[in-house]
Each structure stands twice: as structure tokens, then as C-alpha cells.
Design a protein around this ligand. Sequence first.
Ligand code: R5P
Length: 294
Amino acid sequence: MRRILFVLPGQEELGASLQSLGSFEQGVLELRHFPDGESYVRVDSEVRGAQVLILCQLHHPDDKILPLLLLVGTLRDLGAHSIGLVAPYLAYMRQDKRFHAGEGISARYFARLLSQQFDWLLTVDPHLHRIHALSEVYSMPALALTAVEPIAQWLRSQVQRPLIIGPDGESEQWARKVATAAGCPCEVLTKERFGDREVKVSLPHVTEYLDRTPVLVDDIISTGRTMQQAAAHLRASGMSAPVCIGVHGIFAPGAREEMEAAGLRVVTSNSISDPSNRIDLAPLLMLGLHQLLK
Ligand code: R5P
């Protein structure tokens, strides 16, 4: 069966990397806005009977989701056999409970919306915290890969004697696995958050690792406060400036620049296109696609 990959704006680099590894036809479409702000979608490829894959960067999702849904509707009308969503960064996973009275559990509603439209979902390191598996909220087949091995590979080639440090309890699931895969030790700190931008990280017990390169590993870097606080404590303990690895660099405005100005080396995967991208997820995504497109 023909397989057609549509790459939505923002993921051209990862899309090209995937194209170079797979035998997909390249989907051609036009996406733009009418003068009144509504979205215009036109598919210029013959999709009838084809397995369609849409690679979409779901960072800042609100502006992207409507054109995406209009595209899916168009592809269905044009007779696509199946439509899968490749979203290396899965948005809306952090609002996974009602933190305050009256709030919505957006992770569930977003999952319901996507599950109604797509036949399957492929993603990388979704923020699974209070939701333990995507199947708890996604009713379509949803495969979550982990960037642990690509990160470990990058570390093995780029960092001398690393010490992996998880900046908070939630990061432990990634930090420990990366350390095991890279064959190096791991510490996990504890974090208290006092607001969107106020974070306090506990002092680590790292004096025995002073000869190692500290590497902070987390799933997401947003404001960069978690990484910056952890880095400040490491420095106060006599360690050098850490390498900061985030699977997903969702970066609030100016966040990466602020981290770099503070002397931190910031490294992310290309789940979200950014100058800090060093870790290519395409080979990992191909493994997932082999499973889903059997
Ligand atoms: C927490 O839920 C995540 O794992 C990250 O630790 C968090 O999103 C990082 O946010 P920020 O960069 O704003 O401190």
C-alpha cells in the first residue's frame, strides 16, 4: 500500500530526516489563512487508498490544531485508507488533574479530540505523570517511544565522564534510564514549585562526583527555571556548569537565551525545531512506524 508523509510547517528538518530513512511519498498540500483568519487547506496529492502519516509539531498547539483537524477531514473525504499522527512532542499532557477547583483536565479532552480524528498516534516521551499510560486517555492506538537511547548515544560521543542528574522527582524516570543506557551514575534532586516561574531545588549530595561533568536531564524545558535552579545548586556544591538536556525544548520566550547567558549548554531533541537541537529522533520514530504500519 502507498504511504504518504505530510510534513506540517515547523518540522521540515525532522521530516527530511524521516524521508531519508523511509520510503514514503512526500505529501503535497497548501495551508494558509484567508484574510478573515480562517484556515485554508488543499491537498495536492492523490491519497485515495493510501496510508497517510502527518508529522506535526504540537508545540503551541492551539494555533495548529484547527488546520490539522481540517486537513484530516479533507484527507478522509479524499479517500485516505488510514491517517496516523506523528507528534514527537505531545501537548497538553501536563494538565493531567484538576489542580484547582473549576479547572478542566485538558490532557483528557485533548486526547479525546485527537482520538476521534486519527487512526493512530506516535509520540516520544509524553509527560506521563499522574496519567501512567497513553491508553488511559487515548482511545486510538497510541505508541509512546522514549528518547533514552538517542540521548545516551549523544552523551557517549559528546560528554566525558558524565554524571546524570534529574532536576526533580518527575524527571527520575528519564534520568535513571539515560544513566543506565550511558553507563554512568545518576542523582535525582527534589523540587518545589511556587508558581509558574518560581522553583526551589534541594541541595544534592554530589561531592563524590566533583570530577564528573554534570548533565541535567528532563523531559521538558519550558521557562528553564527548573534547570537553572538545579544548575545553581550544582555550582554552589563546587561542580562545573552542567549540560542541560531536555527531550522537548518548548522554551518560553527568551528561556534558552537566558540559560545560555548563564553559561549552560542547552541540548534538545528535534521533537520541536530549535537551534539547541542536537539529538535526531528520526531513527527512533522509524522503529515506531515499523510497529504501527505493519
Ligand atoms: C515538569 O512537570 C516537567 O518535567 C519539567 O520539569 C518542567 O516542565 C520544566 O519546566 P520549567 O522549564 O518551566 O522549569
